[in-house]
Write a protein that binds this ligand. Structure first.
Ligand SMILES: [Zn+2]
Length: 485
């Protein structure tokens, strides 16, 4: 079992940020991460770190292996998101929602100081509830203003409705309403997590060794707390058990990858990773698991034919076409819009280009992507990821001179001794690979998307990034009144 006090999730893929996010609760773990991941590291030092960890008990060993290999896990999420039709679909909806939403927030505010959020919940209130909330807010916040939002019409109403519709689509994408009918109850994020964890298992093996990998897997597979990461993998592992075969993480990765490659433009919910996973597991339990040396492209052809779904090549081509159509629409905006949303549009443009690069490389040799070892050995071929680091509780304290060579600081508090307590920073360098994305613009796009999430999303209200949105609104002299239900 893992002690509860230990930080287990050092990453946490965030679809708003076009890059990788890593999180640290404890600055000493950040130092460990840097020591083992910096370009000039000594591989023998890293091995020493791993062996010492192995001798220091299960919990500490698991923590060290998790920290050191978190980049491999997150890099896999980043690439899966760029390559998969699901990831492209989600980012397209998010970008459009952000642009429509930012315009429509302006119309809700329109010279006022109060913005009740999320807008969707506010609009559902009855006249009696509105009157009560108005009175309550005026009394508690000592604001002499009617908080009832204006009646929207014309373009403003259209944009507001489109933004709300986009949030409904996002909700259904991340929490598939059909999934509850499946024999396995889980969501697309679990399938993507399985892909990340397979990459991490491979990385623990490559960086440290066999004993380290066994310990890492044992903790992951036995811990109830880690079930989010391992649910699909435990289902696959029981399939290997039933067929009396040793667990094969490369074959598992090929299976998981097929599940995230459904075509949303044609198959709608049928493309959902959970639906594909359930169908493929059912199929493999009847026909048997593939042999260890099977080629991914042969398996994909077979599974696509037998399960009667859109071939992956076609799904990728369709995704590319829809991406390019969306980009054309953004490029056709009047110039003042293009200037207002420049960072969002530029980030979307680089994402479309990154997705195309990933698609072409993947189709050339699918095994070089789907087998975790090959993916990691060839990192320099894939798209480089901007890296954002969150220090939970602003616990990284240092002088500005020592931070600037490493980071562009996004959020920090200046302490009395002149040092900075950093909570968010963007690393100056990116992961190994082809550089397509501008880190600063991706961070700026993330903040705009977060602001619109804060105003429109009626799920995930406990999102930690919402503090950024609250601060942004306060800077503009606005009070966001948050409705809990
Ligand atoms: Zn993950």
């Amino acid at each position: 079992m893992i002690p509860v006090a230990f930080q287990r999730d050092f990453g946490g893929f965030d679809s708003k940020f076009l890059g990788i996010t890593i999180r640290f609760e404890d600055p000493s773990l950040w130092e460990l991460y840097v020591k083992c991941n910096s370009i000039g590291r000594n591989p023998l030092d890293v091995v020493k770190v791993g062996n010492e960890a192995l001798r220091s008990g299960t919990a500490r060993a698991f923590q060290v292996f998790s920290v050191v290999t978190t980049l491999a896990h997150e890099a896999r999420h980043f690439h899966d998101s760029l390559l998969s039709p699901y990831g492209n679909h989600l980012f397209r909806i998010r970008t459009n929602a952000a642009i429509n939403g930012l315009q429509s927030i302006g119309s809700y505010i329109n010279g006022r100081k109060i913005l009740p959020v999320p807008v969707t919940r506010w609009k559902q209130k009855t006249p009696d509830e509105l009157a009560w909330l108005n009175g309550y807010w005026r009394k508690v916040f000592k604001i002499d203003e009617d908080s009832t939002p204006p009646r929207l019409s014309g373009d403003q109403l259209r944009l507001s409705k489109q933004t709300e519709a986009a949030y409904n689509m996002i909700k259904n994408l991340v929490r598939n309403p059909e999934t509850d009918r499946l024999p396995y109850r889980f969501q697309p994020a679990h399938v993507f997590e399985a892909s990340g964890i397979l990459a991490q298992i491979q990385n623990v093996y490559t960086v440290f060794g066999v004993d380290h990998t066994n310990l890492f897997m044992e903790v992951l597979f036995k811990s109830q707390d880690a079930s989010r990461y391992t649910l699909p993998l435990r289902i696959l592992s029981s399939l290997f058990d039933k067929q009396k075969r040793p667990m094969d993480t490369a074959i598992m990765s090929i299976i998981i990858h097929w599940c995230i490659m459904g075509d949303y433009t044609i198959e709608k919910y049928g493309a959902c990773p959970t639906v594909r996973f359930a169908r493929l597991v059912d199929y493999l339990s009847k026909v048997g698991l593939p042999s260890p040396d099977a080629r991914a492209s042969d398996l994909y052809r077979l599974w696509t034919r037998d399960l009667k779904v859109v071939p992956i090549e076609q799904a990728l081509e369709n995704t590319l076409k829809v991406n390019e159509r969306s980009l054309d629409t953004l490029d056709g905006f009047p110039s003042y819009h293009r200037e207002t949303f420049a960072d969002l549009i530029d980030t979307f443009r680089s994402r479309v280009s990154a997705a195309k690069t990933m698609k072409d490389l993947f189709l050339a040799i699918p095994d070089s992507y789907v087998r975790p070892y090959q993916h990691q050995e060839n990192l320099s071929n894939w798209v480089a990821a901007p890296i954002r680091v969150d220090f939970i509780g602003s616990k990284l304290v240092s002088s500005e001179e020592s931070l600037l060579p490493v980071f562009s600081i996004q959020t920090a508090i200046k302490l009395e001794d002149g040092k900075l307590a950093v909570s968010r920073a963007i690393m100056n360098g990116q992961t190994e690979g082809v550089k397509v994305i501008d880190s600063e613009k991706a961070a700026s796009a993330n903040d705009l998307i977060t602001l619109v999430d804060f105003c429109f999303s009626d799920f995930c209200r406990d999102e930690p990034d919402f503090d950024i949105a609250r601060r942004t609104l306060r800077k503009e002299g606005l009070f966001a009144f948050e409705l809990l239900n």
